[in-house]
Design a protein around this ligand. Structure first.
Ligand code: ADP
Ligand code: MG
Length: 334
């Protein structure tokens, strides 16, 4: 019964966001979605697990809802696609629906998720709700996106000689998280979202769309696990190696306040920045900004030699070091 009341609440909360693409939303056995003619549908799914991806004592419920949807939106952005709609499966401990405190948490979660959904003009078209068999919260988001048939950006399209670019800045999420862990309490209330790259990361949907529309990128990936780890994924998918110039890596304003070696570590391995990394031919005219977001060239792809490292880091002093994938394992790992 309580579960039904929650679903009814979700339906009412998300009804105002209903989009043309969703011809039947929450309330029936299935949703019906109608992708625009000439497009294909992209699908991604991501878990948000308490204790692994967030801590109830550290993250605001609004932040957990925001990040849950942001994970899916960032994957859609990485393909250059346009978000279509989302589905959410939730397993909640009994107290989250049975107690006032729990219901307040759930309300905050949906508030955060809804605010981000509104900004990206999508709604929740369905999901599932169950009582968790434990005392942890588990949420699984499914995002549908659309792109013109055959045009999506993949990890596998980069060529030797292509330049490597990143959007925005790196290290902010890890820096905010480290501060949260040091204080062992929640980050302050929202304020300027740019000061909360861990709590309220901004998925780069508009940048991904612009890259696809302008045909600028040969390959793309979102930086969810950290530059060192995600760049290695792209290298493997494109059968290439990469060289990164340390001095060019754009650091988040929070990260720039740290000791340089710690700042560099946050930017290289921190993860959860949800920026995009993409490849473009060296001759391509890539603008300094796309959709209001700064674009920075940080290196280039080179031919892969057998047994040589996937990613090299070039220091300002001319040094060359292997960059091992060391994407951060927050809390108990990911
Ligand atoms: P069924 O038992 O047929 O799967 P449910 O009772 O689980 O149906 O769900 C009823 C409706 O509510 C469906 O449209 C479903 O997609 C939607 N729904 C259930 N849980 C959620 C949720 N967490 N978020 C969004 N929609 C949900
Ligand atoms: Mg059914």
């Amino acid at each position: 019964m309580r579960e039904l009341a929650l679903i009814e609440q979700i339906r009412r909360d998300f009804a105002p966001l209903s989009s043309r693409a969703v011809s039947l939303g929450i309330g029936d056995d299935c949703a019906i979605v109608r992708p625009p003619p000439g497009s294909e549908v992209l699908v991604t799914t991501d878990f948000t697990l308490e204790g692994r991806h967030f801590r109830r004592d550290l993250h605001l419920p609004e932040s957990v809802g925001h990040r849950c949807l942001a994970r899916g939106l960032s994957d859609v952005a990485a393909m250059g696609a346009t978000p279509l709609t989302a589905f959410l499966s939730l397993a909640l401990p009994v107290e989250m629906v049975a107690t006032a405190k729990g219901r307040a948490w759930t309300k905050g979660f949906f508030k955060g998720l809804q605010a981000l959904a509104r900004r990206h003009k999508i709604t929740l078209a369905g999901g599932d709700t169950a009582q968790a068999p434990s005392d942890i919260i588990l949420a699984d988001i499914v995002l549908l996106g659309t792109a013109p048939v055959g045009r999506s950006l993949r990890r596998s399209g980069a060529h030797a000689g292509d330049a490597i670019y990143v959007t925005g800045s790196l290290g902010g999420s890890a820096t905010e998280l480290a501060a949260m862990l040091a204080r062992n309490r929640r980050s302050a209330r929202i304020g300027d979202i740019r000061n909360h790259p861990q709590s309220f990361p901004e998925p780069r949907v508009a940048v991904g769309q612009a890259l696809l529309r302008r045909g600028l990128a040969t390959a793309c990936i979102d930086l969810s696990d950290g530059l060192s780890t995600d760049l290695a994924h792209l290298c493997r998918a494109s059968s290439l190696a990469a060289e990164i110039e340390e001095a060019t890596i754009p650091l988040h304003s929070l990260t720039r306040k740290l000791d340089p070696p710690i700042a560099l570590k946050a930017a290289l391995h921190g993860g959860e920045d949800y920026e995009l990394l993409f490849a473009a031919p060296a001759s391509a005219r890539v603008p300094r900004q796309l959709g209001g977001v700064r674009i920075t060239r940080i290196g280039r792809f080179v031919r892969r030699q057998t047994r040589s490292p996937l990613v090299m880091l070039l220091g300002a002093d001319g040094s060359r070091a292997t960059l091992e994938p060391q994407g951060w394992e927050h809390f108990s790992g990911r």
